[in-house]
Design a protein around this ligand. Structure first.
Ligand SMILES: [Zn+2]
Length: 219
């Protein structure tokens, strides 16, 4: 089997999403770029508890299946477009975390009001425009919301996408975004979350953007 280590990493990430309650049932999907024009991605509608490295599908950047017996995830276009659009993106995780999804349903970006969080994801997690699940329109909307620097975007009325340099960062950021959404929601009930001072927000955003540029090899 080609790319056994990479397939195993995709399965482990997917299983951890499930075990940490960041997805439910067979929802969500995980991908990892294994060559310039080859991406390993989770199959459609397969239980995480029993998913095996052999279930992982290899697709090219056009979405054609190169290897695998199952159907690739219905959201494959999001993964491929995000990887193709950004040199620093080699792994993508789409999830349905509880609190981040609440913001997605309310069409509200998740503001980065915790200083450490700004360094990890920039000023906010923006909302990508709505399109039907599984369409290329949705993939294009997500990539537009990610832009040149974004690490994550909310899919309105749906869930969350994180696009990063590797699977560990994708998983960690998915969990951090959901935790932040929970904290912001709690602060709202205490009278509203107070933004960071502009000077601090600008400094942390600059650090964040530098890290993204570094990952792109632009520094
Ligand atoms: Zn979904």
């Amino acid at each position: 089997m080609r790319y056994e280590a990479e397939r195993t990493a995709v399965v482990s990430t997917a299983r951890e999403l499930f075990e940490r309650d960041l997805v439910a049932g067979t929802s969500g999907n995980v991908s990892l770029q294994v060559e310039d024009d080859l991406v390993a991605i989770t199959p459609h509608g397969t239980r995480y508890e029993t998913m095996q490295p052999t279930d992982i599908i290899l697709v090219d950047l056009q979405g054609d299946v190169v290897e695998g017996d199952l159907q690739p995830s219905v959201e494959t276009a999001i993964h491929l477009r995000a990887i193709a659009a950004r040199r620093d993106v080699t792994a993508v995780v789409h999830s349905h975390p509880l609190y981040a999804s609440m913001f997605a349903l309310a069409h509200r970006p998740i503001p980065a009001l915790i200083d450490e969080f700004v360094v990890e994801c920039g000023a906010e997690i923006p909302c990508a425009g709505y399109a039907i699940s599984g369409t290329d329109d949705l993939a294009q909307n997500v990539v537009a919301a990610l832009g040149a620097f974004g690490r994550a975007a909310l899919m309105v009325n749906h869930g969350l996408v994180v696009a990063h340099t590797d699977l560990d960062h994708c998983l960690a950021l998915t969990a951090a975004i959901d935790r932040t959404a929970h904290i912001v929601l709690g602060a709202e009930s205490l009278g509203g979350a107070v933004p960071l001072p502009a000077e601090a927000a600008n400094l942390y955003t600059a650090v964040y953007e530098y890290k993204v540029k570094e990952a792109k090899g632009e520094t």
